[in-house]
Design a protein around this ligand. Structure first.
Ligand SMILES: *Cc1c(COP(=O)(O)O)cnc(C)c1O
Length: 325
């Protein structure tokens, strides 16, 4: 049956095309994984039940997008992944090129032209049975890829996405876990998502213990006020998309500021958007009961969103993939 494309999104709101057939029919087309040097269908990839990544959340990861057959800013993502691993004293036991080679081979074999690509390093299993010493674990690197994911679906962005700033759930304090290390400690985000979804919001923003806004489940937060673009300085992952947005703003002569942003400042903003490798730049139209720019994505948000998709096509940021199909 003919499925109608959404023509209201000619403004690049719907990239990369979510309805595109990503790959030839193959066992890897719905996702592939790189496990100890072998590429397998994602449904066959698994880690041991007693891996500390699972039983201790002792694990870090990174996610890099593939857009139209090329990685975007791959070296920046791999560099951040190394910073995360160093922060947790994890060793992937592969050279830097080893990771890049694994990702290129895996996505090439999957056939996916638009993909959400994850690299992971977990603490692994102690080499001395029963040991409680993290130094005695054999760390484990693996990777997987699936068709591109939007953390807020394009049709939700098109109808106007909303976020709740949670009152009851605070972001894990950075004295307990360093938020600049990409991590799976999602207890706070998951609780926040339940609170938001039960009140019919699309997503959640968390504040820190001083009521400053931090980030949401897998994305950074930006506000626009009087033409100036601002994003929180503390309590956040240094998103590669966040960095790209700041660089785009600079190229457009939009003034930027990285600083503390209170909950009230978000509610008083002219525009609000979020940034992530899984969806790019995503404008919101409502936070709590406050509606922005007449219930439509704001002018500056739209401009930056469009530029983001343009930048993903710039050859200086792209690492092309050799597909086998
Ligand atoms: C991944 C992530 C982001 C966004 O980072 P990008 O590099 O832009 O994808 C923001 N916050 C958290 C908690 C994340 O896990």
């Amino acid at each position: 049956m003919f499925k109608q494309q959404n023509h209201s999104n000619s403004n690049d709101l719907n990239k990369p095309p979510s309805l595109e057939k990503n790959s030839k029919d193959s066992s890897l087309g719905s996702g592939a994984a790189w496990m100890r040097g072998k590429i397998v269908p994602i449904s066959e990839a698994s880690i041991p039940v007693n891996d500390w990544g699972l039983v201790r959340s002792d694990i870090t990861y990174d996610v890099v997008p593939v857009i139209n057959g090329g990685f975007f800013r791959l070296s920046d993502y791999i560099e951040r992944f190394y910073v995360s691993m160093d922060g947790l004293k994890l060793d992937p036991r592969l050279g830097e090129n080893g990771i890049e080679t694994a990702l290129l081979e895996m996505v090439g074999a999957s056939g996916l032209r638009n993909s959400y690509v994850t690299m992971v390093c977990s603490r692994g299993i102690p080499t001395v049975p029963g040991s409680r010493d993290p130094r005695e674990c054999e760390n484990y690197f693996y990777a997987w890829c699936v068709p591109y994911i939007h953390v807020i679906k394009p049709e939700v962005i098109a109808r106007g996405a909303s976020a709740l700033i949670s009152d009851s759930v605070k972001r894990i304090d950075e004295s307990s876990f360093d938020p600049t290390i990409k991590n799976y400690h999602w207890g706070d985000f998951t609780r926040g998502l339940y609170e938001a979804k039960e009140q019919n919001y699309d997503t959640v923003f968390l504040v820190d213990h001083k009521d400053c806004v931090t980030e949401g489940p897998g994305f950074n937060i930006f506000v626009v006020k009087d033409g100036k673009l601002m994003t929180p300085i503390k309590g956040v992952l240094h998103g590669i998309t966040r960095r790209t947005v700041l660089e785009i703003a600079e190229s457009l002569n939009i003034e930027t500021e990285i600083r503390k942003i209170t909950k009230q400042e978000v509610l008083d903003a002219d525009e609000v958007f979020v940034s992530t490798s899984a969806g790019g730049v995503m404008p919101l139209v409502r936070v709590n009961s406050t509606i922005f720019s007449n219930n439509k994505p704001g002018h500056i948000s739209k401009k930056i969103r469009k530029k983001y998709w343009e930048w993903t096509e710039l050859s200086c940021y792209r690492t092309l993939i050799n597909y086998s199909d």
